[in-house]
Design a protein around this ligand. Structure first.
Ligand code: WT7
Length: 635
């Protein structure tokens, strides 16, 4: 019997020990019992972090869509696979059964084939959160083509860079997209991008908004008539365990984006296993992850992980603020959501709103809450716990990365006691280690350092597309023989991990290591504060000093700002220590954010250092106007 579903803490510790002592047996048992293979592997794992090279389930043969769709048809063909909730809540939601999903994916796969797409070809997908996005992803996987999804909020320039880098042959897009009250013409963006991408010979267009668009003769075609004509029978292409499944770009701290390559079998096994345990999914549950499929969270925990478990997964086209700030809670009530997985930035934004937006809805279906993407600050954690979970739905604070493919450190609901701001314990098979700056492993508890992983797990990215050197440099060169995450973490007295943020966010002030996250936590706990970001800037005596950018809940805050500064200082002194008091506190209207909601600290560091002549690449910035306003008022 494999350890597919862990039921209590004691069992977790047993399973974890086994996963470390006999990793190959551990994963082989799970793989064997819970998935469909056309041929078994010859060897469970071979690896070398020096090279670096990792191979799981070598020479096994499978198709991931057979595992995510076909094998459920006998037992749950009429169960809902995907609930699609449109942007506009007057439009009807769609309930797509596994049977229907099977037909759509097969048809789409046949369309791809008819356009000459073959195993190993790259297909770029630039679509809003509509069902065709899921069909497109799965159709690629059905025929062994490699999908490269680009978030449909990226600019034409960003789209072109990614399309070129992956050398895509085909683009799948739509006429337009709805986001809240806005309509965006996506096809225009694609047309502009493709001026730089001559090798894209075919563009499939989904009709969504009815926007006026150009269709280029011989290149562009509407999808619907092709789907109509296509057969709904398409045998899955049987691929090797280590054949590529997808490329997904992640922005590096410098240089062009990295195309992280994920392969088939290990990714499937790991995302399925973690989905089951971290969300405690049981038959009949309705799971909702609010991410976009354009990010890894959507790949692993809207599409592959849930479908591999035969789950019902929700796709939401819209935004949390439309038609009002109660939309998330309205959807929870409407579809009786049992697991709700979102990002701290969304939680903070909604926590600022009138609590009636929450209280007007029945949230009693909820059993598990999840958080991902950045450290969740204490205030947001408590707001989520008290108002959404009503103190009875455990919060899983899931730490992971595009590169890790699946969740690495997280509580499991009803198994791991939670602790605010702590991602808690490693998943089975994950061996974290904390390293000091001299490259030595820091043993024991109540320590902090740079977070590495010293043993391969099944869903680790295998390379940076077209640039294995960069893969090696970025992840395997900082600490010998270890995967370096780029994050800092601390381990508390019981071995729980708290992610303190990117190590480039660690600021050394007068010889003291300060993580920005705890300082921001302290600032955010002030009742007048909505959000903050702390960065370092050079200082004659201290080496570095701290600069805090603070958004107030009400910009017309009546109290004097100097008083507010004093109170914030006091708060930080109390929570972190006097050493962590910022030299400068600037009140701002907004913070520069990437489209995925991450604060672009690089820009804030430049502003704090009074060095704004060259802000570097700002193409992924969501709100450039904010930057100018901050610079104009910089202290
Ligand atoms: C970075 C990875 C993986 C899904 C979305 C982000 C930060 C992610 C947490 C968390 C603290 C977190 C880390 C990580 N991060 N989750 N629960 N607590 N930090 O993927 O864009 O590849 O970013 O996000 O800094 O390295 P990504």
């Amino acid at each position: 019997m494999s350890n597919y579903h862990i039921k209590n803490l004691e069992e977790y510790f047993q399973v974890y020990r086994k996963s470390v002592r006999e990793p190959e047996n551990f994963w082989a048992e799970i793989a064997e019992e819970h998935f469909t293979w056309r041929k078994k592997w010859d060897n469970v794992l071979s690896w070398d972090f020096e090279k670096p090279e990792v191979k799981w389930f070598e020479n096994a043969k499978l198709n991931i869509t057979e595992n995510c769709i076909d094998r459920h048809l006998l037992t749950r063909g009429d169960n809902t696979a995907i609930i699609w909730e449109p942007n506009d809540n007057s439009e009807k939601a769609q309930h797509i059964t596994y049977n229907e999903l099977h037909k759509k994916v097969n048809k789409f796969a046949n369309v791809l084939k008819s356009k000459g797409i073959q195993k190993g070809d790259r297909v770029c997908i630039y679509l809003p959160m509509i069902p065709e996005l899921a069909y497109a992803v799965l159709a690629c996987a059905r025929i062994g083509a490699i999908h490269s999804v680009v978030f449909a909020g990226f600019s034409s320039k960003a789209l072109a860079t990614r399309t070129l880098d992956a050398d895509c042959k085909m683009m799948i897009t739509s006429d337009g997209s709805y986001r809240g009250a806005k309509t965006l013409n996506l096809k225009n963006i694609v047309d502009e991008a493709l001026e730089d991408c001559p090798d894209v010979s075919s563009v499939l267009v989904v009709k969504r908004t009815g926007e006026e668009i150009n269709m280029k003769d011989g290149r562009d075609e509407w999808l619907a008539p092709l789907m109509e004509k296509a057969s709904d029978d398409c045998a899955p292409e049987i691929v090797d365990a280590e054949d590529p499944l997808f490329i997904l770009y992640t922005s590096g701290s410098t240089g062009k984006p990295k195309g992280m390559l994920h392969t088939t079998a290990g990714y499937m096994v790991y995302t399925a296993f973690t989905f089951k345990n971290i969300f405690n999914y049981t038959e009949g549950d309705v799971y909702w992850c609010t991410a976009d499929i354009g990010w890894i969270t959507g790949h692993s925990y809207i599409v592959y992980g849930p479908l591999a478990n035969g789950a019902t997964t929700v796709m939401f086209e819209g935004v949390p603020s439309y038609p009002d700030h109660g939309r998330f809670w309205q959807i929870v009530e409407k579809h009786k959501i049992t697991q709700f997985y979102t990002a701290p930035t969304a939680i903070r934004a909604l926590a600022k709103r009138n609590i009636e937006f929450v209280e007007n809805h029945d949230l009693s279906s909820l059993k598990v809450l999840g958080s991902v993407g950045e450290p969740i600050n204490e205030e947001a954690w408590h707001w989520f716990n008290d108002n959404i979970g009503k103190n009875h739905s455990p919060i899983v604070d899931t730490w992971w990365q595009t590169e890790t493919g699946g969740i690495m450190i997280s509580p499991m609901p009803y198994v791991t006691p939670t602790k605010p701001t702590y991602a808690t314990l490693p998943m089975p098979g994950i061996q974290p280690s904390l390293m000091d700056d001299d490259g030595k492993e820091i043993k024991g508890n109540q320590v902090s350092g740079r977070l590495c992983v010293k043993f391969p797990w099944p869903s680790i990215a295998r390379t940076v597309w077209g640039n294995h050197e960069r893969y090696k440099d970025t992840y395997f060169s900082t600490f010998e023989g270890k995967y370096f995450t780029g994050d800092g973490a601390m381990r508390d007295e019981v071995g729980y991990y708290r992610i303190t943020g990117r190590t480039d966010d660690v600021i050394i002030v007068s010889g003291h290591n300060l993580g920005t996250a705890p300082i921001e936590d302290a600032i955010n706990e002030h009742p007048a504060v909505a959000e903050s970001a702390v960065v370092g800037f050079p200082h004659d005596v201290k080496g570095n000093a701290l600069y805090a950018f603070v958004i107030l809940k009400e910009s017309g805050e009546s109290r004097k700002r100097d008083n507010l500064r004093k109170e914030i200082h006091q708060q930080i002194s109390d929570k972190v220590g006097p050493i962590a008091k910022p030299d400068k506190i600037q009140f701002v209207e907004g913070l520069p954010k990437t489209r995925s909601g991450k604060i672009m600290r690089r820009i804030l560091r430049k502003i704090a250092s009074n060095d704004t002549s060259d802000l570097g690449d700002t193409s992924t910035l969501l709100n450039p106007e904010v930057v100018e306003a901050i610079i104009a008022e910089a202290l």
